[in-house]
Design a protein around this ligand. Structure first.
Ligand SMILES: C[S@@+](CC[C@H](N)C(=O)[O-])C[C@H]1O[C@@H](n2cnc3c(N)ncnc32)[C@H](O)[C@@H]1O
Length: 499
């Protein structure tokens, strides 16, 4: 790499590739790759062909040279030196670029994991056994500076030899490959590479005693000519009674000649306008939820006319091709990181919280976390718990809190993972599942079920328990065990272990 003309001058900027990246000098790191313009998430930034060295040849010669700072472990034991920009991505604890190996073309593909701003440095994650003191500047603001042994907990895993190359992309869903498709196109449920877990609690209230009710204020409308005014909701809006809380109910109930107007659920009777002929407000029981089935609709209508929404509560929003790409990328990260973990003494359990697909501002940096209970001799250092902690630490370190104000952050609200998705190699144990519920996680994907210890349907399904104050969507990645290829199956885990 030292002779590469594009990078020979550390201070000059050169437009180097189709994504218009350039190389410039970064204090404490040497050269680094920078975006010359905004790069959208999931963009292929660079495809670097590699030079491959036989293991013996490399151990005899290459390992003792500067090459060792640039070489990747190839899957078959050879060492690979990426050409082009591939050798110049620096390391970050919060990488904005992931990479995968294409063994058919002998190259490494580098992809953005989130939107990258102009002049932001592009970094990959080398692993935890670094041979240098990292200067970690995840973005242009340069707010984070982590050096080994200062502030980093010693709970990381070790023994990576050089940069560990990742696995090739496997089993790309046909839905991603179809031509002429837009990222906004909806994907058929059958084409999704995962299945949702149906929470039994979500079965519809189809017995009269199962219907959840709430007390609401209503008023009889004595003079029918006022109904039109009421229905246009001018007065309701003005009086603050038009809220979403009762949007699953119809506003007017007609019984014989009597029309009754639904008002609100406040503890005290609302004040009504004096210029309309209305009776005194009174309370009735109304359903808390919309009707999901015809049977339930029929029963709920006996309390109050209810809206029919056949969409199941457990059914997440429709998936688009763009979101599917985002999820597949997250699973690739899990596979890469799991293989790295397997070369250490830690359990090969990995959790990954990517920047959310729809709203990157909720977590501008993706977070990877490992199970570190072995190295820390701490039984609670599970991957999912470490991930929650890492998100909280990241948010706490932000100059402007990502969510809420500074006071809220001090009170621990940075531990709330509302709207975020956790991808994990193994079904989280009961303890982690409970922690994820407390954190208000939006959805969880796991690759391997843990029937003896899992808390998302394995030995128990914590989110389906009565009394928990939050639920999240659970999805299981398909074909984790039967992936094509010979060396792709993830390292195994003792089924008795709580992941
Ligand atoms: C693959 S090279 C990356 C390109 C390198 N900066 C250069 O100028 O050639 C790996 C080397 O970059 C440096 N490096 C990478 N990430 C770094 C970081 N976060 N902090 C400090 N040095 C880093 C280390 O010297 C490491 O051996």
């Amino acid at each position: 790499m030292a002779g590469c003309p594009a990078t020979a001058n550390d201070t000059d900027e050169h437009i180097l590739n189709p994504q218009q990246c350039h190389v410039k000098h970064v204090r404490g790191k040497g050269r680094g790759v920078f975006a010359s313009r905004a790069i959208p998430a999931r963009t292929i930034i660079e495809v670097s062909p590699v030079l491959l060295f036989a293991k013996d040849e490399y151990n005899a010669h290459g390992r003792h040279t500067l090459l060792d700072h640039y070489a990747f472990n190839w899957r078959d034991g050879r060492m690979a030196l990426p050409l082009g920009l591939g050798s110049l991505f620096n390391h970050s604890e919060y990488p904005n670029v992931s990479y995968s190996i294409d063994t058919t073309r002998d190259c490494i593909v580098y992809t953005s994991t989130r939107t990258i701003g102009p002049d932001e440095e592009l970094c990959i994650f080398y692993g935890h056994n670094l041979w240098f003191n990292p200067v970690d500047v995840p973005n242009e603001s340069g707010s984070t500076s982590v050096t080994a042994g200062s502030g980093q907990e010693l709970d990381e895993w070790a023994s990576l030899a050089g940069i560990q190359a990742s696995l090739p992309d496997q089993g790309i869903p046909t839905a991603l490959l179809a031509g002429n498709m837009d990222d906004d196109d909806a994907i058929d449920e059958d084409d999704l590479p995962f299945t949702w877990k149906r929470l039994s609690l979500d079965k519809e209230e189809e017995q009269i005693n199962d219907i959840e009710l709430v007390q609401a204020w209503v008023v009889d409308i004595l003079d029918h000519k006022h109904i039109a005014t009421m229905l246009r909701q001018v007065w309701l809006k003005r009086s603050g009674l038009e809220t979403d809380a009762l949007s699953h109910l119809k506003r007017i109930r007609r019984q014989g000649l009597t029309s009754t107007l639904l008002l609100c659920t406040s503890p005290h009777a609302p004040t009504l306008p004096g210029d309309t002929a209305l009776g005194a407000p009174y309370q009735v029981s109304v359903p808390c939820n919309p009707a999901l089935t015809q049977t339930s609709l029929h029963l709920k209508n006996t309390y109050w006319p209810t809206v029919f929404t056949p969409r199941r509560k457990w059914e997440p929003e429709k998936w688009t091709r763009g979101k599917l790409k985002w999820a597949c990328n997250a699973i690739d990260v899990l596979k890469q990181e799991c293989h790295k973990a397997a070369t250490s003494d830690e359990l090969p359990i990995v959790a990954f919280v990517p920047s959310p697909y729809a709203n990157e501002d909720d977590l501008p940096q993706s977070v990877v976390a490992y199970d570190t209970r072995t190295s820390t001799c701490h039984p609670l250092r599970h991957a999912a718990l470490n991930a929650i902690r890492k998100v909280a630490d990241f948010r706490a370190a932000q100059p402007t809190p990502v969510r809420g104000d500074a006071t809220q952050n001090q009170s621990g609200s940075q531990y709330l993972l509302t709207g975020l998705t956790l991808f994990t190699t193994h079904e989280p144990c009961i303890m982690c599942t409970m922690a994820l519920l407390h954190s208000r996680m939006k959805e969880i994907f796991y690759m391997y079920a843990m029937p003896k210890t899992g808390g998302c349907g394995g030995v128990a399904c914590v989110p389906a328990l009565k009394g928990v104050n939050h639920r999240f969507t659970i999805a299981i990645w398909k074909n984790s065990y039967e992936e094509a290829g010979d060396t792709v199956v993830l390292p195994t885990l003792d089924p008795e272990i709580d992941a």
